[in-house]
Design a protein. Sequence first.
Length: 405
Amino acid sequence: MKRWSVLVGCFLGMSIASPAILLIPLGLFMKAVTAEFAWSRTDFAIIISVASICNALVMPLAGFLVDRFGARRVALVGTVLGCGSYMCLSLIHSFPAFVAITAMSVAFGNLASYPAFLFLTQRWFDKHLGLAFAITSSGLAVGTGAFSYLISQNIALNGWREAFLVAGATALAIGLVNLAVFVRDNNGPIPESERRAEKSQLEVIGMTLREAMATRDFWLYSLAFVLVLFGVVGASVHLPAMLSDWGASANQIAGIIAAGSAGSLFGRLFGGALLDHLHTRTVAGIFLTCQLVGFLMLLDGLHWALAASFLIGATQGAEIDILGYLISRRFGKLAYARILGSAFSVTLLGAIIGPFVLGMVFDKSGSYRTALMLFPILPVAAFGLLCLSAKSPDQPQRVIAPEAT
């Protein structure tokens, strides 16, 4: 039963990770912050892009630290420093300070994010790895929904500065209790009930980071998800402002954003469960179709925005499960955190460029329509790249004995 309590810890850890409390809900601050400082939406998108660059740079380092020192120790440092710098955003009075502290919060916070908690998940689970990934990553969807509500209410009632302070303190409290009670490293073999084969008992199988990066599949996976994140993150960041421009009320905006969070939760749970039963490429095709349909719906404006938000959210929810599962099955467990962190840092190019491009399109044309007309191409191209990868991802090569617990 210990592995299930650790899984609860992974769920809670992802619910307060920097994507849940900062990167994804950051669009909620756009109108209030730009109005106070007279910044353009391109200026605000630059903040998001710089934060995403720091996110990308930190991911491989976080993976190395997790493989070297263990997930629990690294997550503790990330939780304290990430939440502390997040609360400091309530004190800023200039554009450079906002950029710097946001980047710092993302950089520190991601030490307690995907590399740490997906690493823990695949160290405790194998037979039910897809479901375990689903439960872990669903914490991000639950956290995003809960913190988006908390942030929006505080912005409306007390202003954006109070929102940063309250959300950061709440995340810090949850994170410290979680690390003390639930999160535990596993330096030994996978629990017997989770072993798919006898070799799981005594061996760790996989490639080194250098070996993985020398394969074509590493780059096909990474580039496919660059395209996915370009569209998903670009649309998600600008969606609150987009809806406001279309005449949506504050309650409508909150409901549509909540639908995206619900879709993300659905994508994480349903996608992870499917991964244990269907080919990874089939699962990817299902959710990329959801993304395609969601982008087409956004072209119709406010009328289909609720359904579009749900479908795009579902893709955003499933993408990390699919990428994490592909890497675990294709490259093994030997250097999992380093390989995942490196691949995810490449995919974050999409998250860096997407919001900036949409902000620039809006500032030049006064509308998001041109960008939205091109977005349906992205999931089609991403699926094409995945189809070029090896048909079966079960190809780890190196075998070493793990440490005894």
